[in-house]
Design a protein. Structure first.
Length: 342
């Protein structure tokens, strides 16, 4: 039996072609996808497409579009074996992270992919990314269970857990990395799945789609010479409910009294402050050095090895549900969708 796959085109470079007269890049109608990717005809797969109208540039992606994606997947969940989302690369990791929380108990593949070159370009990486993402979304074990029942990003020969990814390169085809969790699959002549790393199917649990979010989250990145007058408006802003604090190394920060006082006053007001490292790889351990212990004593919570994209979207997700301070703190320290290693 042919697998049914739904392609969802949100926007981005992959869905563009070059106007032969002006040379400008333009979005093309995804109903004509076979014209540009005739290789799709060789798949033993039934696929349909849904296109955002108008397409959304990756830099314009915001939580309301995450809700739209969740609605599309939820409404079509029983009709398809898997979903492939074509997305601009700049915010793909944010969307993948958000969906991993908003699609609770997911037991089907949701694969995000895109490209660095438009699909109409001769050397495009879009075709290979699209074709392989579809093949992975349709892949099943002998018993019919999907091989990868989770939200992932596929890019340049690597399948990665979505909430572990970051875009690390603006020019090369290997634009994404998962520094703190190994790839779920590596693609060469064959697709080599790492079955021990892939999350197990949630048997007996129905997909629970979530649509609530709260965007009142801020990011503060530390740097030598940071001034109180610059960061104080963030910590003292009454609208800010949570702050992702990007610290040095294993979670270290300046011991300046004014900085620690800003943190203490914010946490006393109920602001959640999550400590994540600026380093590409590694985890926060606030008990390793005195500079981290000061943060711990001021009420800062460890984000462990969370990416910035994951920490931000997880906070938006939890705050949107109206959980109290203690529950958000507890859940931020919990592994909800394979996003942290403790």
């Amino acid at each position: 039996m042919k697998a049914n796959i739904l392609l969802i085109y949100t926007g981005g470079t992959i869905g563009m072609i070059e106007n032969p007269e002006t040379g400008a890049l333009e979005n093309f109608d995804f109903d004509h996808l076979l014209t540009y990717v005739p290789e799709l005809k060789r798949f033993n797969i039934n696929f349909h497409s849904f296109q955002f109208d108008p397409p959304i540039d990756s830099s314009d992606m915001d939580p309301s579009f995450w809700v739209d994606l969740v609605k599309i997947i939820d409404r079509n969940y029983d009709n398809y074996a898997g979903f492939v989302i074509l997305h601009g690369t700049d915010t793909m990791s944010f969307t993948a992270s958000a969906l991993s929380f908003m699609l609770e108990n997911i037991d089907k593949p949701v694969i995000l992919t895109g490209s660095q070159l438009p699909i109409g370009k001769l050397r495009t990486d879009g075709k290979e990314n699209l074709l392989t993402a579809i093949e992975i979304a349709a892949a099943q074990h002998e018993n019919g269970d999907p091989i990868v029942p989770e939200v992932c990003v596929f890019f340049e020969n690597h399948l990665m857990r979505g909430n572990r990814t970051v875009k690390h390169n603006a020019e090369n085809f290997n634009a994404f990395s998962s520094f703190n969790y190994p790839p779920l699959a590596t693609v060469g002549i064959h697709i080599k799945y790492e079955y021990n790393l892939i999350r197990n199917k949630n048997k007996g649990k129905r997909l629970k789609a979530h649509y609530l979010y709260d965007p009142n989250v801020a990011i503060v990145t530390l740097f030598p010479g940071v001034q109180r007058d610059i960061v104080a408006p963030v910590f003292e802003n009454e609208r800010v409910k949570a702050i992702v604090l990007r610290t040095y190394g294993s979670g270290n920060a300046p011991q300046k009294p004014w900085f620690i006082d800003l943190i203490k006053q914010a946490t006393l007001r109920g602001v959640i402050i999550i400590n994540i490292t600026q380093c590409a790889a590694g985890s926060v351990d606030m008990q390793r050095y005195e500079t981290g212990i000061h943060l711990l004593n001021a009420g800062v919570i460890s984000g462990y090895d969370s990416t910035t994209e994951c920490a931000v979207t997880k906070l938006m997700f939890l705050l949107g549900h109206g959980y109290d301070y203690e529950k958000v703190k507890h859940l931020m320290s919990s592994n909800l969708a394979g996003e942290i290693t403790r």
